[in-house]
Design a protein around this ligand. Sequence first.
Ligand code: PFF
Length: 451
Amino acid sequence: MSKITTFGSRFGTISVVGSSVIGLGNIWRFPYIAGENGGAAFILTYVIITLMISIPLMLSEFVLGRGSRRNSVRAFRKFDEKKSLFWRYFGVVGIATAISILSFYSVIAGWAIKYLIEAVKGTFFTQSPEQLTSLLNNFTTSGWHSVSFTLFVLVVCCGVVSLGMEKGIERYSKLLMPIMFVILVAMCINSFTLPGFNTAIEFLLTPDFSKINTGVVMEALGQSFFSMSIGLGAMITYGAYLPKTENLFKISGYVAISDLTVAVLSGLAIFPAVFSFGINPTSGPDLVFLTLPNIFAQMTGGYIISIMFFFLLIAAAMTSIISLIEVLTRYICEEFQIKRKRAIVIVWGLISILSSMCVISQMPDSKIVVAGMNLFDFFDTISSNYLMPIGGAITAIFVGWFVSKDKICTELTTNRTYGVLIVGTIYRLVKFVIPIVIALLFLNGIGLFKM
Ligand code: PFF
């Protein structure tokens, strides 16, 4: 790269990183997991993990990205003093993770577009709950009809990435981030007026420490990695665009706070309505595409709220997809020395094929089964349960053990004087605590170690 492109402003930086981080993980996954796994006790566990593991890892990825100004694979190569074969190719695991997340995530974004259209048409008001269930089932198993929405999402997102960082990704993130916040806050204000508000607060925020066990801690770890976009090199890629003057601690702090705020606000926006209509909370596709449309139909102002909600979902999903496309694009451009536009066409082609296979694997008579799962569930499971935690732990080992401490600390602080305590603490967390904690939780999760 001849000229170094960086984010235009701090607001731009926080918008771009924040819009990768804020996604489906916050809106449809976090509130339900928190409610089911101890409420405030889970949120506390999540905050501790985010502070002790995700933020130090985000900082490590930023350091690798900004220090190398390279893609997520080459960054390891640039920092590896011994130039070993392992670190030369380790980053490719992150590329595989980005491919698997993109493949199932863009399918869900396609569903969200279909549901925005149905919301505008007012379908939720004219159909019975049984008809709404068939609408979802028929659509998700429809094959090519559903594929067309996914392909549309990919065309739009690739279009934004093709405009480059400043004119594409940064510009759209700066526009969409504030809109997403406004929609969420408007939905929360509406929630105050609903009778189920108190029950929702109880479900989400009552601390129940008896529910916290190693399984729940592992769940919080996976959720934190997924939600903070950690463990696959996305923050290495975005770190490569960070100006040298930017304070990495502030950026990761603001991003983590925005991420948690959006997750909790999503719970406050969604669950009061769920409880007001006496429905059991669920997560994932059922919550968003089944429970909520039924609720919107019975709510005052439900028409407008349903449109706002699906717009929010599309914006959150698409900005995360854009960040993943950027990871792959930058990798292909630099690694194979080809033009950005051509790299984007390759990414579009590859993900179109894989995401179409995810859709087809959900059809009733589909033969696409991997490890006993359809392809959609397979990509979902391997990325958050295996690839991201492993990627995170190995990145920590690299930064802690294979790169000189001076190099890390200099890049972390860009020669400013920060408290020795904070830099030292982050360094020790990365070097010792993170690899050990992730290894123990992981071994416990796969049954090789009992805690
Ligand atoms: N953080 C996104 C979410 O919470 O939905 C998902 C994600 C985006 C994970 C980008 C990883 C990534 F690189």
